[in-house]
Design a protein around this ligand. Sequence first.
Ligand code: 0A1
Ligand code: ZN
Length: 858
Amino acid sequence: MSVHVKKRADYQPPAFLISTVNLTVNLHPTATRVVSVLTINRQGDHNKPLVLDGDKLTLKSLLLNKNDFSDFTLSDEGLTINTDEDTFELEIHTEIDPKNNKALEGLYLSGGAYCTQCEAEGFRRITYFMDRPDILAVYTVTVVGDTDLPMLLSNGNPVDKGQIDDGKHFVTWHDPHPKPSYLFALVAGDFDLLSDTYTTMSGKEVALELYVDKGKKAQGHFALASLKRAMKWDEDVFGLEYDLDIYMIVAVDFFNMGAMENKGLNVFNSKFVLAEQASATDDDFFNVESVIAHEYFHNWTGNRVTCRDWFQLSLKEGLTVFRDQQFSADMTSPLSNRIKHVRVMREHQFAEDASAMSHPIRPDEVIEMNNFYTVTVYDKGAEVIRMFHTLLGPEGFRRGMDEYIKRHDGQAVTCDDFVAAMQSATEIDLSHFALWYSQSGTPEISLSHQFNAQTGKHNFTLSQTTPATADQATKQPLYIPVAIEIIDEDGNQYVDEQGLINNGLIILDTPSLSFSVSATTEKLTPVLLGNFSAPVKVDNPLETDGLLTIFTHGKDPFNRWDAMQTLYSRCISALYDDVTAPIEASLWTDLESAIKSEQGNLELLGECLVIPTFETLCQTRKDIDVARLVAARNQFCLLFAQQLSKVLNHIFLHIDTGDYAYNQSAVIARRCKNVILAHLARLPEFEHVVVSQFDNADNMTDSLGALKAAQYTRVFETLMARFETQWCHDALVLDKWFALHATQPKDDILATITMLSEHPQFSLGNPNRVRSLVGSFAFYNSEKFHALDGSGYKFVTDYLLKLDGINPQVAARIVTPLTQWQGFNADHQQLMKAQLARLLNHKGLSKDLFEKVSKSLA
Ligand code: 0A1
Ligand code: ZN
C-alpha cells in the first residue's frame, strides 16, 4: 500500500489563504448537495496552483469568479486548481452520502439525525478545502432540510431562517470568529431541547441549549448545570469569558470519541451528556462534568488560539486536559482526581511509551492523524503543563496564560509559542524544560541512600535515565521537578545541607545529583514525587517499614496512597515467584492498623484499598507470564479479603451513604463501600451482602458496585440476567453490562462475546457498543485475551478485520493491546506478532491500522 508519512519538520506556510466560506448544505440521506463559495488570496509571490483536500466527494461543478472553470485536476486526495489569479472566488458543488458514511468522519447519520465530525481531517469529506488548522476563515452556513428535521444547527449565531417549500426549510448561521475547518459543525434532527441562560462576568447573557434524543430530557439537567459551573470557573480562574450569544451542545449516539469542541456547537457522545441517579454511576456524573468542561475550555485553548499544524495537537489538548483536571479537582477533590490521572498515566501512557507507538507529546511523524489522539498527547501533555504550573506557581502560570492569550488570540500557533509565553512570566530558564516536548519515553528516577554512623550524615543521590524508545535511540537528561520530603520514623521533617530542596521541590536537571542530611537517627525515609510532580517512574528502594512510615507520617496524601500501592505490588511479586509463598503475618496486622487509622478519612482509605490493576503491575515488570501474574494478583486479593475481612466488614457496616445525592461526601462514601464490597465478595459468607445491595440499591453506583462484586460469587449470572431485564431498553446502561460480561475470565468467554454481538442492542456500527464488548475484552480481560493457545489474540484480530472496513478509527484504538507486546514473555510475543502479521497482510487495510500494526512489527 502507498503510505504517506507526514513530518513536522516539513511544515510550509499555506500558499493561499481562505478568508470567507459560504456554505449551503442541502441535506439528503444519500445525496446531500454542498455548495461552497470561498474567497481566496494568494500568499506571497509564487505561481503555485491551489491544492484543495477532498476525500470521498463527488464533484458536480466548479466556478471561478462566477464562470465555469475547467483547468483543474482531480485525484483521490483532492482537487488542484490551476489559476494565476491572486484574489478570487471559487464556487464548488459537491455531493456526499451521509447514510453510508460508517467511519463517522465528515457528515453522517446518527440514528435519524445528521451530524458532523471534522477534527482532524473530516471537513475534506464535506467539500474541497485547504483542510489544515492554519486556514482561519469566517463561515456563513445555510442548512436546508426536510421539515421533519425541525432543528437545523451550525456554528455561531442564527441570522436567517425560512420555509423553502412545503417540505423544506432552512436556517442560516454566521460565525464571526475566524476558525479552522476542523471546528465546523452542522447538526439536523428532531431533538428534545433543554434551554437555560448564563450571564457572563461582563454582564452579557448567553443562551445555553442542550439537544438530546426525544424522551431523554430529564437526563440532561446535570450536563447543563455542569456547563454553567465550567463557564464560571473559567472566568474566576483564568478571566476567560464566552464570546458568542449562544452555546449549543448536541448529544448523539454514534460518535468515535468523547466529544468535540466545534465553535458554539459542541457535538457529544451521549455517554458524556446523559446522567441521572437511576442509570448513571458517580463516575458517569464525574465524566459528564469533566468532558462538558473540557469542550467548553477549548473555546479559548483550541478555538480562539488554535494549532498551526496537527503536530502541535498537545498545544490545545494537553493544556485543555490540564484545565479540566484543575476544574474537576476544584469541583470535587484534588486527591481522588490526582489518583485517577496517575492511574491513567501508569496504566496506559507508560504502556504507550514502552511500545512501538512511543512518541513525544509533540510528535515528529504521522501517517494517520487520528492515531495521535493519544494518552501521550493528551495526558502526558497535561502533565507537562502541570509541571509549568508547579514551577511557575499559580500566579506565574496565570500571568503566562494571560500573555499566551494576549499574544495569540485569533492565531494558529505552535507549542514553542506557548513555551515563549510562559517564559515571559518567569525568571526560570525554560529552555531545558522544553525538551519534554520533543523527547519521548518514560524517565526513571532512582534514589540511593547511605548513612554514615560516624558523621551522622545521610548521603542521597538522585538519578534519572530515560530508556531508549522505538522512535528515539538516545535520550538526554530532562528538567524534572521532584517533590520530596525526608522524614524520620516519627514524621519529623529534615532539610538538606546544600539547600537544593526548596519548598519541598528539588530540580533534577542532570543525570544525577547528590545532597546530604544530618540526623542522629539511622532511619530516615525519603518520600519522592509528591502529587506525582513529574510523569516518571520512581525506584525508591524502601522496605516495608519505610513504606509504612510514609503511609503513617507522609505529608502528601498522594505519597501515602502510593506507598500502599508499592507495598501491594511487592507482595504480588513474591507470589509471582511462588504463589504458595506465605506473607508475613505482621503485614496483615500492620495493614489492619493502617486501615483503622484512616476510618475517618474515607477518601484516602477507599483509594488505599484498591489493589493495583493487572495493567499497572505490567508497567514495572518485564518478561511477563500473564497467567502467573494474574494468579499472583488473585491470590493476594484473596488473602487480603481473608485476613482483613473483620476490619473491612466493620467499616462497611458503619459507612452511612444516606439518601442518594451526587455530592462529594456521598460519592466518597459509596466509593469506599463498593471497594470494600468487592474484597468481601471473594468470601462465600458475604454473598448475601452483595445480593442485598443489588436488591436494595436506589442508584446505579450501588447496583453496578454489587454486580461487579458479584463476579466473585455464585450469583453473578443470575444478577446479570436480572440487570439485563431491567435495563434492556437503555443502551448506555447495557454498555456497562456488555463490558462486565466481556471482562469475565471464564473459559467460554469467546462464545459469550460472539453471542452478545448478536444481542438486539448490539451494533457493529456503533463505537460505544464495540468498545464496551470487544474493547473491554482486549484491554481488560487480560487472562483470556492473553490465553496461551492464542485464541484471545485471534478473536480480536478476526473482529478487527471486520471492523476496519466499517470504522478504521475505532479499529485502530482497539488494536492497541495487541501492539503492546513488549512487556510479555516470548510465548505471548510470538502469538501476538502472528496476529499482527495477519492484519498487516490483509488487503485493503486502513491507514489507521497500517500505521500502528506496521510500527509494532518493525
Ligand atoms: N478535540 C476533541 C477530541 C476529538 C478528536 C478527534 C475526533 O474525531 C477524530 C473527535 C473528537 C477533544 O479533545 O475533546
Ligand atoms: Zn480536547
